[in-house]
Design a protein around this ligand. Sequence first.
Ligand SMILES: *Cc1c(COP(=O)(O)O)cnc(C)c1O
Length: 435
Amino acid sequence: MSLVERDGRVVAGIEKLRFFPLTVVRGEGSFIVAEDGRRLLDVSASWGAAGLGYGHPALVAAVTEAVAGMASASVLSSINEPAVALAEELLAAVPGEGDRKVWLGHSGSDANETAVRAIEAATGRHRFVSFVGAYHGGTAGSMAVSGHTATRSPGHPGLVLLPYPDPYRPEFPNPGAGVLGRLDELLAGEVAPGDVAALFLEPIQSDGGMIVPPDGFLRGLEERCRRHGILLVCDEVKVGLGRTGFLHAFQAEGIAPDVVTFGKGLGGGLPLSAVVGPAPVLDVAPAFAIQTTAGNPVSASAGRAVLRTILEEDLPASAAQAGAALSAGLLDMASGHALVGDVRGRGLAVGVELVADRGTKEPAAAEAAKVVYRAFELGAVLFYVGLRSNVLELTPPLTLSSSEVDLAVSIIDRAIADVEAGVVPDEAVAAFAGW
Ligand SMILES: *Cc1c(COP(=O)(O)O)cnc(C)c1O
């Protein structure tokens, strides 16, 4: 029986988001080796988790050493050096003032859920602001402050959703100022600022469609949060830690959030997340957000190796450089394809929005599913995102080389051409739901 068949029999559908039959047996740098021996360029890096690619020597060495001598499973009831050191190093790496602490977890979801719960308890305020299209996780508490159609959750009872400013599909003549104005109106009317605990922000809205907000938007939000005593939470889970060309995505506008959440790339593919925030919030009560294996020395050592590598090898600069080449290559190939409506991004967080018609911008969701499927056949792994399921998402390893940039562009170019030529039948993608 093939691995695909065995998987279909036993692995729960509720933990799947599949776009094509990808079975992986090994990873090497920016490449995945599939069960049939094919080498595939991983333009997703497992949704950004494999920020250093696969098998990076620093990560392999740190994890191997940590697991061989592991003396405790977590920070729950004992203290271990890798977890303490990771917390120290995160505090040093995240700009901020005052007495701050670090909470360690396993996933972006648990980090955001913990932030919601601790902030609500510490502030005594029960309202939150986030954005239509926001994805903060797949657990009840993180879904509750999300605004993505994929999150089947009633939402936090005190949640207010604002539109996210989308320069390609503007809701207002000036999208950034328009959304800030909407927030001002809400806070002057139906939402009492003193009831709002926090605003949750993705500095680039990734699962919502890799939307880069217009300049000044992040600063405008920060200014309003300060004015009203609302905590600003930046979710850096997917686009943080070097990906945008800055160590933190929020640094594109030099803002300083009160709380920052990390996941995905922090563990380099291992389960690890963190919340960095004010001590009065993250110390709100003992045994308030506990998990038996959180802060375990293996994941913490992975996080330390990732952070050290990003800083020592200046991977934000590499991401900026590779990202500029990738965006330029994609823009260049886009001119030859009517299907491409927009190419956007910052560093190695890049989106390609597909449309059936450039004038009406009618979303080309069926084509997006076929393009990622065809790219897989041609040798590259990438997925699509967005509330309209029509944005190709590129979040490759930060270590992507210039020849790998060229390979990514040429495969995507060819995949789009093939889909335009009708090479991929509907039946090929019918079994894959995507999102
Ligand atoms: C993926 C993601 C999460 C959730 O992280 P998990 O590791 O899947 O729990 C939260 N926020 C953002 C922005 C993400 O992209």
